[in-house]
Design a protein around this ligand. Structure first.
Ligand code: NDP
Length: 812
């Protein structure tokens, strides 16, 4: 028989087995007799209610893990509380040494961590070795650097205290690093809970904390199911919750923490679009898709699970994809030639399979490579979990779908890609944004101007251009809309773990104001307006909505009397419908967000100029309730705030990050969109503008409920806006009851951020609970009633923006 030719050999050559040994990881499990307690105060505590941690690739039990109860959570919080003052007092450079030691130790034990993660989670060893562990290491190094620089870069900030951190099972160690490294860098201590399916690398990390001499109590690890997470969320000793997981649980946590004063960051689900334009390098796009949806078996919150391809190249790309998925090797996760391992557990397998089968029933065409599961016991014809050696699922394409299909709308969290087409860039953007989520997006095009034009129009926290699933500690990660709020990584990620230390008080207090203001004494008369004196012409203040004055829907007007009983004016009472109209006007004024920063600054300067010109009248009106001196001060400060906001408009820049990549990452500060503001009572004009002006400067449109005590300011602002070229809908004013109007705004789906600086505890609890439905960012109860109005523009600017990271790799 003739010897095979080289081309024949290349065609027939198969991968040889290349298994990684599980021994070092199993030896560590054996050291612990394969039975773990909780790690509290630097010690292993026995724990109870043990359950099995199972290897999803073969169903074998790896270890017994404890189920924490209220007592263990209490002990962990107490240990963290006891450790926190000394940890903060250690100072940034002192903490930097510890973080550096953790990074080094993680690197030293990289192999054990990678193997353990693969055994516990089912993901390929190649990924844990090349992605999960190196990125976790990088996070600790990067944040060791931030700890070193903290005092200089975040002067006037302090740690929050004890933070509760809850993570899912898809990137157990990496999520731990994302959470623990910044928290520790900032001087917080931690109570950490891994997912019940994948606790082992967190427990191994606990051992590492002892090894490097981290002070006891700085990191505490409690294991168990969702009830443990809930106990952490509910604990009054916790200052902040950082959560990654499903949108449903994130929403429940929002409700549970409403009004508690706990800080919250939520990194939730996604249904990310992967957009391929006709001029894209299609082979690169195929590899991008492999990275995007078949990485980690598709169990990635930012997986590009919706392929949107331009019609002209759709058939070619789909054909390439069908060929490519047949080459994806599904098999033993420890084998280094495996591309896809096992899903995390049987429940997840059933969930993914259920989605695919329901899509088939809805009329979708399902493409799964025959034989993809041959190496793991699958026959190829029918897919049955019990016939497989573990929780393996083949790479799956779902074609011929509509946007209304369940599989296009829901996060499947598996190796399943839906395919849809579009004709124009505008249609691509519309389809991409047609989801409640907003975590990530990929854009494939060889045209840099097209890609960079589309990126800012995508409602997503991260956009990768001609790339997918790139992460780095220097670049913030997090979502828009129902993908949550807050960022992890980068400078913006640190802010989540810091609070500003209160500055000198009393700068702008509304001196001279009667504590209750006139509104306290006001009576309500329906449908009446008020004559303010024999010679005066009757004035009927209205709302300001969409650049026009608007009458109250309910036809109700509140009459204002001074403390001696004389009538000083009237204001309309808004209702739910008035708020809806105002939000609609704000939503429609989107052009303001696209206006140049220079242009927005010009309008803000003009507002300041006109306020100065209208000073006499404004002082007279405000003086009726505040007294003249305080009214003068209000106008001065308000002009100052407008000037400051105008000054910042073109300076609150993003950043260019340089992660370890041939390329750059553009961190863009994008406006939130529509911001609702329940204006402070203490400083009715300056306090309102201290918040609304920077918000507008950043391109937001605001719906304001002016001070209840001093509502006459509304009419003055209306005149001001009308005379200053402020486009309609950018500033909207609806006077009325802060409780009722605030409730409507907090629940409104088009309001992206809700601010109520002087909310009472009861209001804060209600507003935040109502915000949970749409997962909007809230900023409530941050100023004492009667205290100074908010003067730190930078903090307002940060609240008024969210960071989008656009990854732009270079080269081919
Ligand atoms: P969950 O949101 O249920 O779990 C995430 C973490 O929160 C786990 O540690 C979990 O504990 C804990 N938890 C559960 N309930 C509560 C609660 N009431 N209060 C506080 N903590 C709680 O996600 P699952 O793991 O169940 O996954 C379900 C689906 O969520 C996936 O199929 C996927 O669609 C999505 N998901 C999204 C992720 C993302 O990164 N965006 C990550 C993981 C899941 P325990 O697991 O131990 O019960």
């Amino acid at each position: 028989m003739p010897a095979p030719t080289i081309p024949e050999l290349l065609d027939t050559m198969d991968y040889g087995p290349s298994p990684e040994s599980p021994k070092p990881a199993l030896a560590w499990l054996d050291e612990h007799q394969r039975r773990f307690g909780h790690f509290i105060g630097g010690q292993w505590c026995p724990g109870s209610g043990h359950f099995a941690s199972v290897n999803p690739a073969d169903g074998s039990e790896l270890a017994q893990v404890a189920q924490a109860g209220a007592a263990e959570v209490e002990a962990a919080v107490q240990a963290a509380q006891a450790a926190q003052p000394a940890w903060a007092a250690l100072g940034g450079p002192g903490r930097a040494r510890h973080l550096y030691a953790l990074a080094r130790a993680l690197q030293r034990h990289a192999r054990v961590f990678s193997v353990l993660e693969t055994l516990d989670n089912g993901k390929p060893f190649r990924e844990t070795r090349d992605v999960d562990v190196p990125l976790a290491v990088r996070h600790f190094y990067h944040h060791a650097g931030w700890a070193q620089l903290l005092d200089a870069e975040f002067a006037g900030h302090e740690a929050l205290g004890v933070v509760g951190q809850i993570v899912p099972w898809n990137f157990p160690l990496l999520m731990l690093a994302w959470k623990i490294a910044p928290a520790l860098a900032c001087g917080n201590t931690v109570v950490f809970k891994p997912a019940e399916q994948t606790s082992l690398t967190a427990l191994r990390f606990a051992d590492l904390c002892r090894e490097v001499g981290l002070p006891p109590g700085v990191v505490n690890v409690v294991t168990g199911d969702g009830a443990v997470g809930q106990a952490i969320v509910d604990h009054p000793g916790i200052a902040k919750i950082a959560f990654t997981g499903s949108t449903e649980v994130g929403r429940a946590i929002r409700r549970a923490t409403a009004g508690s004063g706990k800080r919250l960051s939520l990194e939730l689900g996604g249904k990310s679009p992967f957009i391929v334009f006709h001029d894209a390098d299609l082979d690169a796009a195929v590899e991008g898709l492999v990275e995007s949806i078949w990485f980690n078996q598709g169990q990635v919150c930012c997986a590009g699970s919706r392929l949107l391809v331009q019609e002209g190249v759709a058939a070619r790309l789909t054909a390439k994809l069908e060929r490519r998925i047949a080459q994806i090797r599904v098999g033993d996760p420890l084998d280094k030639s495996t591309d896809m391992g096992a899903l995390v557990d049987r429940t997840q397998w059933q969930r993914v399979h259920g989605y695919v089968e329901r899509a088939r029933a809805e009329g979708a065409r399902i493409v799964q490579a025959p034989g993809a599961l041959a190496a793991v016991g699958g026959a190829g014809a029918s897919l049955e979990l019990d016939a497989l050696k573990g929780c393996y699922y083949p790479p799956t394409l779902v074609c011929d779908v509509e946007s209304s299909f369940e599989i296009v709308r829901d996060e499947v969290f598996g190796p399943v890609l839906t395919v849809q087409t579009f004709r124009t860039p505008a249609e691509a953007v519309e389809l991409a944004n047609n989801t409640a989520y907003g975590l990530a997006a990929c854009v494939y095009s060889e045209s840099v101007s097209l890609a960079l034009d589309v990126a800012p129009r995508l409602k997503a926290g991260v956009v990768w251009i001609n790339a997918a699933n790139l992460f780095d500690a220097a670049c913030g990660f997090g979502g828009y809309r129902e993908s949550g709020f807050g960022r992890e990584g980068g400078r913006e990620g640190l802010r989540e773990y810091l609070r500003r230390v209160a500055g000198p008080a009393g700068q702008t207090a509304a001196t001279g104001a009667a504590p209750g203001g006139v509104a306290q004494a006001a009576a309500t008369r329906e449908g009446s307006s008020v004559a303010t004196g024999a010679a005066a012409i009757d004035r009927s203040p209205k709302f300001y909505v969409g650049g026009k004055q608007a009458r109250p829907d309910g036809g109700t007007t509140r009459v204002l009397q001074s403390t001696d009983g004389s009538v000083i004016g009237s204001v309309p009472e808004g209702n739910r419908k008035d708020i809806r109209n105002a939000v609609e006007a704000a939503r429609s004024a989107e052009a303001w967000s696209r206006q140049s920063a220079h242009g927005r600054a010009q309008v803000l300067y003009y507002l300041a100029e006109n306020l100065d010109a209208q000073r006499a009248r404004v002082v007279q009106v405000l003086g009726t309730t505040l007294g003249e001196a305080a009214a003068q001060a209000e106008v001065d400060q308000a002009i100052g705030h407008l000037f400051t906001a105008a000054a910042w408009a073109d300076k609150h820049d993003g950043a260019v990050h340089q992660p370890p990549l041939h390329g750059v990452v553009l961190a863009l500060n994008e406006p939130m969109g529509v911001i609702a503001l329940i204006a402070p009572d203490a400083s009715p004009l300056a306090g309102l503008l201290a918040l609304a002006a920077p918000a507008m400067a950043m391109g937001n449109r605001v719906v304001v409920v002016p001070s209840r005590r001093h509502p006459l300011v509304s009419a003055e602002l209306t005149v001001l806006a009308d005379t200053s070229d402020l486009p309609g809908g950018v500033l909207n004013l609806v006077t009325g009851d802060a409780d009722a109007l605030g409730d409507t705004l907090a629940a409104h789906s088009e309001v992206m951020a809700f601010w109520a600086p002087q909310a009472t505890p009861a209001q804060a609890a209600r507003f935040e609970a109502l915000s949970a439905a749409t997962l909007k960012r809230t900023w409530v109860a941050f100023e004492a009633d009667g205290g100074p109005c908010h003067t730190d523009a930078r903090e307002v600017l940060e609240q008024a923006t969210q960071v989008k990271n656009v990854w732009v790799p270079y080269g081919t």
